[in-house]
Ligand binder design. Structure first.
Ligand SMILES: O=c1ccn([C@@H]2O[C@H](COP(=O)(O)O)[C@@H](O)[C@H]2O)c(=O)[nH]1
Length: 233
């Protein structure tokens, strides 16, 4: 099933059972689901099969970053398992991204392929410490433009950069934004955060929400509060 909702719920759980317990409370007409490193490493492709069987579109968030052939093969493996979206690190460079995009095209695979710019848990000082000069915004913009030029259909960025990326990369270029924090939620380890409605206004195309829903006392009430906020209520 496909949905018009921009919401992608991050299933960051240590077991397949725990992830499916949450998935079974959610509706594929109202959100997509994200499977990340912890859950995939523990459960493997079985989690994708289980979520697809329940009608969900799945973003496989493994952030591949390796030599071009290895990344292209991993992206192909993900797409052949039917995921809706998969990602790589833009820092892997043009050749890596082009190889991955070309592999999908050569095999007529329609999975969205996007690239991570700068993790939403990073701030300027942390970026500087790993040797990146210039501002954080400049780095996000540089990597987004490189990603677009290398055949990516969008990027992972923070909602704080969405407006600038809309200007340089266009409205159709996907801006998948983690670090979404409704007013009731803690920031946790996220640095560049925004509320759901502000993120949509800024130009995010998809909102990744994990702990504000999955760790809430009442996850369904938290999700409904986000939906109400997005509906302008
Ligand atoms: O830059 C990035 C890229 C990926 N993520 C992932 O999104 C979710 C966010 O979860 P929260 O609990 O809402 O913080 C998580 O799975 C991250 O691995 C990100 O946060 N930032």
């Amino acid at each position: 099933m496909t949905t018009q909702s921009p919401l992608i719920i991050a299933l960051d759980y240590p077991s397949l059972d725990a992830a499916l317990c949450m998935a079974d409370q959610l509706d594929p007409a109202r959100c997509r689901l994200k499977v990340g490193k912890e859950l995939f490493t523990r459960s493997g492709p079985a989690v994708l099969e289980a979520l697809h069987g329940r009608g969900f579109e799945v973003f496989l968030d493994l952030k591949f970053h390796d030599i071009p052939n290895t990344v292209a093969s991993a992206v192909q493996a993900a797409a052949e398992q039917g995921v809706w979206m998969v990602n790589v690190h833009a820092g892997g460079g043009r050749k890596m991204m082009e190889a991955a995009a070309e592999r999908l095209q050569a095999n007529a695979l329609k999975t969205h392929l996007i690239a991570v710019t700068v993790l939403t848990s990073m701030e300027a000082a942390g970026l500087n410490e790993v040797g990146v000069g210039g501002t954080l915004e400049e780095q996000v913009k540089r990597l987004a433009m490189l990603a677009k030029d290398s055949g990516m259909s969008g990027v992972v960025c923070s909602a704080q950069e969405a407006e600038a990326l809309k200007s340089c990369c266009g409205a159709d270029f996907l801006k998948v934004t983690p670090g979404i924090r409704p007013s009731f939620a803690a920031a946790n380890d996220q640095q560049r955060i925004m509320t759901p409605s502000a993120a949509m206004q800024a130009g995010s195309t998809h909102l990744v929400v994990g702990r504000p829903v999955t760790q809430a006392e009442n996850p369904m009430a938290a999700l409904e509060a986000i939906e109400t906020e997005l509906a302008g209520g």
